[in-house]
Write a protein that binds this ligand. Structure first.
Ligand SMILES: Nc1ncnc2c1ncn2[C@@H]1O[C@H](COP(=O)(O)OP(=O)(O)O)[C@@H](O)[C@H]1O
Ligand SMILES: [Mg+2]
Length: 303
């Protein structure tokens, strides 16, 4: 897709230009193409490149939200920095990236990713709510009875899932995590996930934003250190609610692609399967404005 959202052809990219002090002429290989982001290998580093694509109900829509990839990348970098005292992270540079991806790419240490989606929840929503309604537990963690949709949990819980290659992620109980990564690493994942969530939620709360839940990914460095990877505390990996409008007892207003989601629900005849519908300009504009609002509120800086 020349000139596309990622601004480069899939399958590799040759910087071709001298960079910094030394001449660097190496080809980046596309090693993974996700729904929203692409991952390129560059020697021992990887580049995570976020597109402007948006998905609803897991379907990527044909319309782009201008700057979304940059906004989420910059928000992630901001969080990595805020959290650097709690946990090592994979960021090498947010600026040493090919010019065509400036702002939307992060150069990272390539890690051995641990096969667990490390989810922390402070509020009841989404699949966690479904599981609670069916069993009174999430990932085997028992919760008090009588909680409603959107309720705050007595304390944040670690509710990991599998990282499904195909199909949907499934909840794992703590024993499943221990079986997958070993008891020591499992405890460390739970501790770090809850610490990152608590610290992030506290910072966001100070700015009027509830982080209801979040999904983190960790990897192992060659020396065995557990390192926070992927993206962190963005609207693509977390549920953000406006604290002023929080009303447990029903669905909350989301501070991200709510406009696209609400609008798509009005499209009669769309069965929530690909291909998704084209998004009209006013919905695109409102969605872009919302991403900027989230960025500005949380970081306290202008976009
Ligand atoms: N530092 C890292 N080293 C290696 N892989 C990473 C690192 N950070 C993130 N990843 C992986 O990069 C991929 C990013 O893909 P993503 O955009 O989330 O697409 P999807 O989840 O839809 O496949 C994920 O598989 C994630 O585990
Ligand atoms: Mg992912």
């Amino acid at each position: 897709m020349p000139g596309g959202p990622l601004g480069g052809p899939p399958g590799g990219w040759d910087p071709g230009e001298p960079s910094g002090a030394g001449v660097r002429l190496r080809r980046m290989e596309l090693v993974h193409s996700g729904k929203i982001r692409d991952v390129y290998a560059d020697g021992d580093d990887i580049l995570l490149v976020a597109s402007d694509k948006v998905s609803v109900y897991d379907v990527v829509l044909p319309t782009l939200i201008p700057d979304k990839g940059k906004i989420l990348t910059q928000l992630s970098l901001w969080w990595f920095d805020q959290l650097s005292g709690l946990v090592p992270n994979h960021v090498i540079s947010g600026t040493d990236v090919p010019p065509q991806w400036a702002g939307r790419a992060i150069r990272c240490r390539r890690l051995n990713m641990l096969p667990v989606e490390c989810i922390a929840r402070g509020y009841l929503a989404g699949l966690g709510l479904d599981s609670y309604r069916a069993t009174g537990t999430i990932s085997g963690v028992p919760l008090p009875t009588g909680l409603a949709e959107g309720s705050r949990l007595p304390e944040p819980v670690f509710t990991p899932t599998t990282k499904a290659v195909v199909g949907h992620d499934e909840f794992m109980d703590f024993g499943d995590v221990e079986a997958a990564v070993g008891a020591d690493v499992a405890s460390e994942l739970r501790r770090l996930t809850l610490e990152v969530y608590r610290r992030g939620a506290e910072i966001a709360a100070g700015r009027g934003v509830i982080i209801a839940d979040t999904k983190l990914e960790f990897g192992k460095a060659s020396d065995g250190t557990i390192v926070l990877a992927d993206e962190v505390l963005t609207p693509d990996s977390s549920r953000f609610w406006s604290a002023a409008e929080w009303r447990p007892g029903g669905p909350q207003r989301y501070m991200d692609k709510q406009f696209v989601r609400d609008w798509s629900a009005t499209i009669t005849g769309w069965d929530r399967k690909p291909p998704g519908p084209e998004v009209p300009q006013d919905i695109v504009d409102a969605t872009r404005a919302r991403y900027i609002e989230v960025y500005e509120r949380i970081t306290g800086t202008r976009w």
